[in-house]
Design a binder for this molecule. Structure first.
Ligand SMILES: O=C(O)CC1=CCC(=O)O1
Length: 260
């Protein structure tokens, strides 16, 4: 028996719930640029993936199915029946799984800088092996280089350093377990089962998951809309915080968007 997922909750207890899923090698802290604005409207629940942050760190390999089931258990523990969900990268992968396998629990969905299938699997398994051998620090710079555009990295070195610190503080077993989940993942057949109105956001300068992947997701989900953001790499919510917050606010409350 393992502990469950760690989560931080902000906003009014009686507001609609919004669950935020973060990327590989980060925690719910990744969503800091959006929290203040979103928490005026929603009960914002930021969870850490299995093996990340304050969550349990069982020995891997993990699967997306396992990560998704842990999120459902978290919602049960919090007494939350239904949520909006926004997830970036690995957080988006879990969001697709949730929307396909537990559609009764997901209201509106936002998928950022993510993919339904992200090969080559051998690359992810090699990365997992490197990290299991205790060498996450040796590949951290190469990973973080894909998270931000060169212009952002040059102008905001402290922010980049803070996200690098978050990455290297991830438990090796947890990080590797999630790499192995991505290696084994193919959510493409699941996407036809997604009923939630979905906003798919790609970033024009994302070398980790290029915007073509966002377009491929959009084509497979019945009620999906695609937006490609300029001036952002993989962590688009950090690099373009206002634009991402606005897109989320308008997507989650489309009637409010008409009034605004
Ligand atoms: O950090 C990376 O290499 C890019 C990435 C893939 C899945 C994820 O969450 O981040």
């Amino acid at each position: 028996m393992t502990r469950g997922l760690n989560a931080v909750v902000d906003g009014p207890a009686d507001a609609p719930a919004l669950l935020l899923g973060s990327s590989l090698g980060t925690t719910g802290a990744m969503w800091q640029p959006q929290v203040a604005a979103l928490a005026t409207r929603y009960r914002v629940i930021r969870y850490d993936h299995l093996g990340h942050g304050g969550s349990a760190v069982p020995a891997g390999p993990y699967t997306i199915d396992l990560l998704g089931r842990k999120v459902l258990r978290l919602l049960d523990d919090l007494g939350v029946a239904r949520v909006h969900y926004a997830g970036l990268s690995l957080g988006g992968m879990v969001g697709m799984w949730l929307a396909a396998h537990a559609p009764e629990r997901i209201d509106r969905l936002a998928l950022l800088c993510t993919s339904a299938s992200l090969g080559p699997a051998d690359g992810w398994r090699a990365r997992a092996a490197t990290v299991r051998a205790g060498r996450l620090d040796s590949i951290a710079d190469a990973i973080v280089e894909r998270w931000f555009t060169p212009a952002f990295a040059a102008s905001r070195p402290d922010t980049v350093a803070a996200y690098r610190d978050l990455l290297v503080s991830t438990p090796a077993v947890g990080y590797a377990g999630c790499c192995e989940a991505i290696a084994a993942m193919d959510l493409r057949p699941d996407l036809a089962a997604v009923r939630a109105p979905t906003l798919v956001i790609g970033a024009a300068d994302d070398p980790a998951i290029p915007p073509e992947q966002a377009a491929a997701i959009t084509e497979r989900i019945r009620a999906a809309r695609l937006v490609v953001l300029d001036g952002a790499a993989h962590l688009a919510n950090v690099e373009q915080p206002e634009a991402v917050t606005r897109l989320l606010v308008d997507h989650l409350d489309p009637e409010g968007a008409v009034r605004r």
